[in-house]
Ligand binder design. Structure first.
Ligand code: SF4
Length: 340
């Protein structure tokens, strides 16, 4: 079955590969590892449509890994604003600097894993796509296709081991990158989560899930845990056409990013409710935001008599607020304050 699956899939890919700015078309020389790596990091937890403008902006501003390595971290963090999971941006800079020190990208999965922030998936994807190395590349799309193709009925996450072994069994020795990208494309366009289009699928004749019943029920998901909801406050302090912004501390939640001052909410608990300056505060409304492990209800409050807080920060002109690189949560809070 293995050779037939990869043959059917690669034939389909030759005709239907998506055109993406970080890709090489089937038959073209291998793509630039910097572009492959950058796209893979950006695509984690995010859609292709959301990533394209960021990819374009990053590669225009920093066209090579050396250029990214030389960039100040805060510029990269600000350019990343809106993509979420900000530790990825910090690791991006660290990994770029490590590659610049090495002189070029490592070309094996094992050596790629040594770079900061490169997990098993990204290392396998870069090794296969940029260097043509045989690797087992399993993202959420591939996970779904393989669970269906082999009718693997054990629930997630336990089934992942079997999915990996099955992916390994069908991965060909040549055209490793095309095969990985073909699986991703099949999962995102044909073997979709809710509505697999089996009649259009190049693997229809090979697919056990299709033969045995309703493949849309695979992979079986473990019941979702409710996310805890935390309460917090953000403080809008405006004076002379500018708003007071701070830089968040450390490497924790949104660490290193510019933000409105807030009351110290976190994944573990609610904020203190304590404002950064005394006085009368008016509630403007609430924004909701979902992080990976919790949801936040953030009340935005405005001071009636704005003074400069003692904690370090800066007055940022309102007419240039878009350039501040606020992460999505605080961009939502700022929009609410400006609209009120
Ligand atoms: S036949 Fe259907 S379920 Fe099987 S891989 Fe193709 S689209 Fe997915």
């Amino acid at each position: 079955m293995a050779a037939i699956v990869s043959e059917h899939l690669l034939d389909w890919y030759d005709a239907h590969a998506r055109d993406l700015p970080w890709r090489a078309r089937p038959g073209e020389p291998l793509p630039d590892p910097y572009r492959v790596w950058l796209s893979e990091v950006m695509l984690q937890q995010t859609t292709v449509a959301a990533v394209k403008p960021y990819f374009e902006a990053f590669t225009t501003r920093w066209p090579t890994v050396e250029a990214l390595a030389a960039a100040p971290e805060e510029d990269v963090m600000a350019a990343w604003a809106g993509l979420g999971y900000y530790s990825r941006a910090r690791n991006l800079v660290k990994a770029a600097r490590a590659v610049a020190d090495l002189g070029s990208f490592p070309d094996t999965e094992e050596d790629l894993r040594e770079l900061p922030g490169l997990g098993a998936y990204t290392a396998a994807a870069v090794a296969a796509i940029a260097f043509g190395q045989r690797a087992v590349v399993v993202d959420a799309n591939v996970e779904r296709v393989v669970a269906r193709l082999f009718a693997l009925k054990e629930p997630l996450p336990g089934v992942r081991k079997a999915i990996r072994a099955a992916t390994d069994a069908i991965a060909p020795d040549s055209r490793a990158g095309d095969f990985a990208q073909a699986m991703m494309d099949l999962g995102s366009s044909i073997c979709t989560a809710r509505d697999p289009k089996c009649l259009l699928c190049p693997l229809e004749r090979d697919c056990r899930g299709r033969a045995e019943g309703d493949p849309a029920l695979l992979p079986v998901k473990a019941p979702k845990k409710e996310k805890p909801v935390r309460q917090g406050r953000a403080w809008w302090i405006e004076r002379d056409g500018a708003v007071w912004l701070v830089r968040r501390e450390g490497t924790g939640m949104l660490g290193g990013m510019r933000a409105l001052p807030d009351d110290g909410w976190s994944a573990k608990g609610d904020g203190t409710g304590e404002p950064p300056i005394e006085g009368h505060w008016e509630a403007l409304g609430m924004v909701r935001h979902t992080f990976s492990h919790f949801a936040l209800e953030l009340t935005v409050q405005r001071s009636a008599a704005p003074e400069q807080p003692e904690r370090a920060g800066e007055w940022w002109p309102l007419d240039r607020l878009e350039e501040a690189g606020l992460p999505t949560l605080f961009a939502k809070a700022a929009r609410l304050a400006l609209a009120s």
